[in-house]
Design a protein around this ligand. Structure first.
Ligand code: MG
Length: 390
């Protein structure tokens, strides 16, 4: 008869050793990590990727996600998604998928929590505005800026700049950038295809925002249930929901639909990914690296339903005049702040003013990208509205 496991069997073993029992052969293992830029002694009981996750959660950039736009500017109301709640949804969905596929859940969680750290205020409008401001100074994209935050801009540790995250988390952040020629990205492009843990976060990001953007757009009255009848994905999910629930009050209908859409997408993703892994005989991280395409993905049916949903979101939500007004105002604030700080760097807080002596535009860009929606609006008032409190 098998010996009953003692408490010591669980507590005394190192996590990397336990990973051997828990993870699928194609999962990234802590023992195979390329490690950190600055060598550090291992922690007594937290693994490499657990520490990455903890460092991200404790960073200033992570807390600021609370007041950064996802689609609706943060002050719109008190219960739509912000970058922070979006990030938490992505992390939670990613972990479910990773666990089910036998992937490294700690690494997946760390990648998910870091995936939007580099976002400036006012969402994609803020990002495009900043990119335009930086056009002749190296440009701006939130993925590259995320790397800059975790490598240099956070200053919480005595022994190194940034958060000194593991190579695998940095690689996942870098490979999200389309600009593979950029200096900070180049060191990460040679390893082959992204790890499955990273591919899972990409898929979870997309399915999370497609679904929650519909939810927020309905709650903010940008769209109606009637308009959603144009979307095949919605109509088919509604048919299934109505069959399952004969009685469904109006308050429960919307969240039930959101759950049904997430569940459909996650289940399909797991099914299709398992099939691709099996069909292509993926047996190791090396197989993942060398595979010619994406292994984590949806089947053709859900993929095409998602395309229809995204088209609707682009036309009816992201380009809705109320969303456009927020976007245009946000972009204007970013642009005006950028120009003003570049013109008069003495207006920058001391820590940035010192750095601006050597790298004016990049420093102003770092300062601006770090701002929350709220802080950027306050700075705008402090700089341009006469007689405000300093
Ligand atoms: Mg995201």
């Amino acid at each position: 008869m098998a010996r009953k496991k003692e408490a010591a069997d669980f507590t005394a073993r190192d996590w990397p050793e336990r990973e051997a029992d828990l993870l699928a052969p194609y999962a990234m293992r802590t023992k195979d990590s390329r490690g950190r830029r600055h060598a550090e002694p291992p922690h007594a009981y937290r693994s490499l990727y657990q520490r990455d996750r903890d460092r991200i959660v404790h960073s200033t950039a992570f807390r600021r996600l609370m007041y950064k736009t996802q689609v609706l500017v943060t002050q719109t109301n008190d219960h739509h998604r912000t970058r922070l709640t979006h990030t938490l949804e992505v992390a939670q969905i990613s972990r479910t998928i990773a666990r089910q596929l036998g992937l490294n859940e700690d690494l997946t969680e760390a990648i998910a929590l870091a995936h939007d750290l580099g976002h400036p205020p006012f969402g994609h409008a803020g990002e495009s505005a900043l990119d335009l401001c930086m056009k002749t100074h190296g440009g701006f994209d939130h993925n590259r800026h995320g790397l800059r935050i975790v490598d240099f801009l956070e200053y919480r540790y005595a022994d190194f700049p940034g958060l000194n995250l593991s190579w695998e988390v940095l690689e996942a952040m870098a490979l999200r950038s389309k600009n593979t020629e950029a200096v900070e990205i180049r060191e990460f492009v040679g390893a082959g295809r992204p790890l499955l843990e990273s591919q899972v976060v990409d898929a979870a990001d997309s399915l999370a925002y497609n679904t929650h953007d519909i939810d927020d757009a309905l709650s903010a009255a940008l769209i109606t249930f009637d308009e959603l009848q144009e979307v095949d994905f919605w109509r088919r999910a509604e048919h299934e929901v109505r069959q399952r629930h004969q009685q469904l009050g109006p308050e429960q209908f919307q969240p039930t639909m959101v759950r049904a859409l997430i569940n459909w997408q996650v289940t399909d993703l797991l099914h299709e990914t398992t099939t691709r892994l099996g069909d292509n005989k993926v047996q190791s991280v090396n197989d993942v690296r060398l595979f010619s395409g994406t292994l984590v993905g949806h089947g053709p049916e859900v993929q095409s339903l998602k395309v229809g949903l995204e088209k609707f979101l682009h036309e009816r939500v992201y380009r809705h005049h109320r969303v456009m007004r927020m976007a245009v105002k946000g972009a204007r604030i970013v642009r005006l702040l950028f120009d003003e700080f570049c013109r008069a760097p003495e207006l920058l807080p001391a820590r940035y003013a010192r750095k601006a002596e050597n790298q004016l535009q990049r420093t102003v860009c770092d300062y601006l990208a770090g701002m929350t929606d709220r802080y950027a609006q306050d700075e705008y008032l402090r700089l341009f509205q006469p007689y405000t409190r300093l």
